[in-house]
Design a protein around this ligand. Structure first.
Ligand SMILES: NC(=O)c1ccc[n+]([C@@H]2O[C@H](COP(=O)([O-])OP(=O)(O)OC[C@H]3O[C@@H](n4cnc5c(N)ncnc54)[C@H](OP(=O)(O)O)[C@@H]3O)[C@@H](O)[C@H]2O)c1
Length: 194
């Protein structure tokens, strides 16, 4: 299984659930610190820094991480990550389209994956995923996640910005890799709590 933006809030939990389910997990992230955390703490099987390898070499990294091909891709990034993954998907593989963070600030419409015909020949299924479609599973999710957290089986990171006045800067930072894990804005703290 491949998970992009693997050190982010969504990606890091997806990696850990996939490992618990017994998958061989490969993750991508945008700094050496994030890659080290994925390997050492999250315990993915292979991780790479998409910035230093360059977007044209993501496909070869995936070949190293998944020499037999990819069964399942959890896509948080879109763009070149998606294209490189389509190159490496096994027949009948599945791609979960959770987000496309590399595309959100495009000022012109992006060109789609140039290799989409491989989805035909390899019978790959691409399906959008929106969390609110699955609220019927929320209670079950809360209880299984709470158990994992209480047992110390999950790791997560948070970046905390203090004060509502810093929210715009924190939001823009999401697209520049300035956060490590969930970006949180801390507001309304009374002076005796500080
Ligand atoms: N479908 C849904 O229901 C749902 C719900 C929540 C979130 N999402 C989506 O899930 C994705 C992750 O969200 P999150 O809450 O986990 O956010 P997050 O904690 O901010 O993680 C996102 C990560 O994306 C990476 N990133 C930023 N720009 C990038 C780029 N140009 N190319 C590649 N990676 C880039 C950054 O990691 P590095 O610094 O390591 O590059 C960042 O830490 C987003 O696409 C978001 O829109 C979907």
């Amino acid at each position: 299984m491949f998970i992009s933006a693997a050190s982010g809030a969504v990606g890091s939990i997806a990696c850990q659930i996939a490992k618990i389910k017994g998958c061989h997990v490969v993750g991508s992230a945008g700094s050496e610190e994030n890659v080290e955390w994925l390997l050492d703490d999250v315990k993915v099987d292979y991780a790479f820094n998409y910035k230093t390898v360059g977007e044209n070499n993501i496909s070869s990294e995936l070949k190293m991480g998944c020499p037999e091909g990819i069964d399942l891709y959890f896509d948080n990034v879109g763009g070149k990550h998606l294209e490189a993954t389509i190159d490496n998907m096994k027949a009948l593989g599945r791609i979960v389209l959770c987000g496309m963070i590399s595309q959100y600030n495009n000022t012109i419409p992006p060109i789609g994956p140039s290799n989409l015909f491989l989805a035909v020949t390899n019978r790959i299924r691409l399906e959008g995923f929106i969390v609110r479609d699955h609220y019927d599973l929320l209670t079950e999710f809360h209880s299984s996640m709470t158990k994992l957290i209480n047992e110390g089986k999950t790791k997560w990171k948070e970046t905390i910005a203090e004060g509502l006045e810093n929210a715009p800067r924190a939001f823009i930072g999401l697209f520049k890799g300035e956060n490590f894990g969930k970006m949180i804005i801390k507001v309304g703290q009374s002076s005796d709590e500080k």
